[in-house]
Write a protein that binds this ligand. Sequence first.
Ligand code: SF4
Length: 264
Amino acid sequence: MNGLTISAKVQEAGVVGAGGAGFPTHIKLSAQAEIVIVNGAECEPLLKTDQQLAALYPQQLIKGLTLAMEATGAKQGIIALKAKYKEAIVALEPYLTEQLQISIMPDTYPAGDEVITIWLTTGRRVPAGKIPIEIGVVVNNVQTLLNVAKACEGEPVTTRTLTVTGAVKNPITVTVPIGTSLREVLELAGGGAEDLVYINGGPMMGKVITDLNDPVTKTTGGLIALPKDHCLIQRKNRTLENILRIAKTVCEQCSFCTELCPRH
Ligand code: SF4
């Protein structure tokens, strides 16, 4: 299958970045690259989707990675994981070759930020204001590449795998049809108490949701149930005015955090 055909099938199947941004994957695969990275860092605490998918479907993941390499002309494929994802590593090892390697990243946050992932796995730095393809790298997460593999078999994206955790009876990772309500997903984990608050996504980057009738989408990262007075919920519910007032009291605008940030 040539690169144009792969990109066309990925577009037709409606594959978008499953990591949260939802960027159309066929655009990434239409570029020419030297390296394709599978971002399996999953460094949002509590979420276990990508590490479990990699352990369950290693052959399909390698297929998705290989197709992404064919589409972009990349000669190297890197699967970025953390050492603690032992089951995923064991499952993927039989498929490794000179061109397809696992890179073990430190168990730190935000190792899964793609700029940091690229630096940790290749030593290349994405210049400030630039994007990965400008240094010859394309990054996709695990679920995205599984969808690429399915797309090339003619299967569109109709399901989403997500972790349901927190104050639920049975924390679980489930695969559900897109459009399933978050309330139905919650029931699959045994439900939660009446007065809980829910985060769509991870504890760090997820957003508080107000309606459990909202549907699961292609980018729903997870569902976390927490008590109303949990510090995470209180933090996420701060008003912009409150955030700015706190920032003004502790930040003298010296810009050191920006200058020294490993992202740059
Ligand atoms: S390092 Fe960053 S947060 Fe701290 S005072 Fe300087 S600009 Fe503000």
